[in-house]
Design a protein around this ligand. Sequence first.
Ligand code: ADP
Ligand code: MG
Length: 462
Amino acid sequence: SGRWAKAMAIVNELEDKCGTPITRLRHVAEAMTVEMHAGLASEDGSKLKMLVSYVDNLPTGDEEGLFYALDLGGTNFRVLRVHLGGQGKGVGKQEFQEVSIPPHLMTGTSDALFDYIAETLGKFVATEEEGYPFPGRDRELGFTFSFPVNQTSIASGTLIRWTKGFSIEDAIGEDVVGELTKALRRNGLDMRVTALVNDTVGTLASGRYYNPDVICAVILGTGTNAAYVERANAIPKWHGPPPSSGEMVINMEWGNFWSSHLPLTEYDLALDTESLNPGEQIFEKIISGMYLGEILRRVLLRMAEDAAFFGDTVPPKLKIPFILRTPDMSAMHHDESPDLEVVGKKLQAILEISNTSLEARKVIIKLCDIVATRGARLSSAGILGILKKLERDNITASGGQKSVIALDGGLFEHYMKFSASMESTLKELLGEEIANSIVIERSNDGSGIGAALLAASHSTYL
Ligand code: ADP
Ligand code: MG
């Protein structure tokens, strides 16, 4: 019928606009490399901030003692207590607690957010079984803060802007460690922050602790970002003292990457315009967990409005932004039942759409595939950009050295078709010979442990 043809035209156009043929991915990777150079050359030289992390030594295995970490990322935050064995004995007992952030605190005041965090942390500290082994000393904390920060030392930095649905005006420009420390004092906690790290930097640190071949870390969770180890003399904008290691970890903030080679659609443009941060984080908005389900919702809404895809009326729930979450999209995408039962149930439960035909459900899976595949393939192109910058994308330059990419985040961890597409795309981009020496390794909650490791190596009691 005419409706069906109209719907298929929308699907085909989406597929065309989201296309990521290998040549396009190569252009994206090349653009990433170029922007990395520009961001390292000067402040505001690129949309890629290429932030200097002040981490010039990664964990060695000698880190020892009881340390805390706090991981504030997107929707949840985690508090951790880690016993570090020292001298290659590894990480001993690890305890953690995960708490969701009440949505009103994501757009409220700095004090309200940090008081909530400090309170939670206080309760967690109170569950210490053996007590703190160093009476009279403050407990030491690694603070993983996954938003763009202008680092001013290893344990301080000012917030540049919020991303991922956060918008707390009075925190922008403030030292986030200062804000947390004030809340710790208000809540009577004897604790001090000895390392402020981005989640990518934490993941890189814990990745390196377990595997010396780890050279970069990528997060694919609510948002997306990457960090890697750069040669200090390849950072022209750095005017501080040259690090004795000769290296510096760079937090790329690649979520804000933009290139004319990115395949963007009308849905992406509308999502961006209506977002809390229009014009920013465009790479993140087509790749990461916060947005994939929302892109799918926008396509479905268009199909309902313009092609009566769900019948004569537009399902009202379909008009609600962010109602369709990426985990639900993932569940539909992985549905292998003959009548696509999961797709039917999700449509019913989330969007109150009933009696969908098998044909319609198949179309929805196809949409999931288009949107997820684009994100996954672009993520791999981003990784290729880093490998190119480090000259590890070809056998000759890399000398056969192994390169390991530590990957963390709920999207990569749980969305199997996404991670599978990423891994096969990376192989496709690299070619067989070099692909064997470049490995993606899943990092298990690296961002928190990494912060604890860096808190230990920057302890004020050393
Ligand atoms: P954060 O990025 O907030 O620090 P995580 O790394 O745990 O936290 O990632 C959480 C995100 O991962 C969610 O916002 C969601 O987008 C995505 N995610 C979680 N579970 C799934 C799933 N089953 N399928 C697809 N995406 C998922
Ligand atoms: Mg996280």
